[in-house]
Design a protein around this ligand. Structure first.
Ligand SMILES: NC(=O)c1ccc[n+]([C@@H]2O[C@H](COP(=O)([O-])OP(=O)(O)OC[C@H]3O[C@@H](n4cnc5c(N)ncnc54)[C@H](O)[C@@H]3O)[C@@H](O)[C@H]2O)c1
Length: 305
């Protein structure tokens, strides 16, 4: 018998013989596939360095039944599909090209998942744009609204169309459940991590998670916002490249107590947790994943203990 099977048997028999009441557990064990059988939609997946791609890998590796890779730019989607298929052939991978702020297109991808699988378990609304990098007085109304459309309306539409689908039950999924995850940002929590339109759009994503979580009371569907700090992705690659070119890369992330920038996979791990039943009691929250940046007050590096 394999060592792991022996350990499981030992654990079960010691639980059966224990005089203590069993621990109530909502989720399956964490050392198994963590999203086994779930149908998952992710937006903003095309970028090679991005949080979306890294998350698709985590969900596929953890036993998802199907993962939809969505982006308005489809230049890499087929390559992502092939890569995931090669590593985890049991997972159905679908690619879809659409704008995450397009109401009908978001409805269509949810409908497709329901027609094929009769269930939707996770919608990770991750697509985002950095928006105009300018002082607020130089931003015109269209630029502001476009940032809101991509970063906030997309989250609203994801929740609007995913929630009714997640309510559907079947013999395979006897209880309604689902996890809607929005990629917000530490910029949505307070100042100094992005432009005014970007920060406002991410604050809206946090607010959507808070208000929608309450409107979904009693449905078994949860909604949370994930708030990354500075992560090396397609969006921030120029910042990292410029610092490397200047030899100042050590300064990246100097304001957070880990003293470094983050990797896309470090956000993907949290998306996996929020998408899995292991986070069954996590709801309506803004989860900062920022190396500790948002835990502190502003300070001058080197001046404090
Ligand atoms: N990288 C960071 O430091 C950081 C920090 C906080 C939050 N975020 C957020 O993380 C999310 C993922 O970004 P990333 O850092 O992986 O950057 P990225 O640029 O690598 O990936 C973003 C992806 O979103 C796609 N996208 C943009 N607009 C879209 C639209 N309208 N419809 C569909 N797809 C669209 C892009 O094509 C790209 O593939 C974004 O919401 C971003 O705002 C990133």
């Amino acid at each position: 018998m394999a060592e792991s099977a022996k350990h499981r048997l030992q654990a079960i028999s010691s639980q059966l013989s224990s005089p203590l009441p069993p621990i109530v557990k909502v989720a399956p064990e964490s050392n198994t596939l963590r999203v086994a059988g779930k149908v998952i939609i992710i937006t903003g997946v095309n970028s090679i360095l991005g949080i979306g791609r890294a998350s698709a890998h985590q969900f596929a590796q953890n036993g998802a039944k199907a993962v939809y890779l969505c982006d308005f730019d489809d230049s890499n989607l087929e390559a992502h599909k092939q890569e995931i298929n090669a590593s985890w052939p049991a997972v159905d991978i679908h690619t879809r090209q659409f704008d995450a702020g397009d109401d009908k297109a978001v409805q269509a991808v949810v409908d497709d998942a329901m027609q094929r699988y009769g269930r939707l378990d996770v919608f990770f609304a991750n697509a985002g744009t950095v928006g105009p990098m300018a002082p607020f007085t130089d931003v015109d109304a269209d630029e502001f609204m476009d940032t809101m459309r991509v970063n906030s309306l997309s989250v609203f539409l994801a929740a609007k169309h995913a929630a009714p689908a997640m309510k559907k039950t079947s013999p395979e999924k006897p209880t309604a459940s689902g996890s809607i995850i929005a990629t917000a940002s530490v910029a949505g929590l307070r100042s100094n991590a992005g432009s005014t339109p970007y920060s406002a759009s991410k604050a809206a994503a946090v607010s959507l998670a808070q208000t929608i979580a309450f409107q979904l009371a009693g449905t078994g569907i949860r909604m949370n916002a994930l708030c990354p700090g500075l992560i090396e992705t397609g969006m921030t690659a120029p910042v990292f490249a410029a610092a490397r070119a200047r030899g100042t890369q050590k300064k990246i992330g100097q304001l957070n107590p880990l003293g470094r920038g983050g990797h896309a996979d470090e956000i993907a791990r949290v998306a996996l947790f929020l998408g899995s039943d292991e986070s069954s009691y996590v709801n309506g929250q803004a989860w900062a994943v920022d190396g500790g940046l948002s835990a502190g007050h502003p300070f001058v590096p080197g001046k404090m203990a």
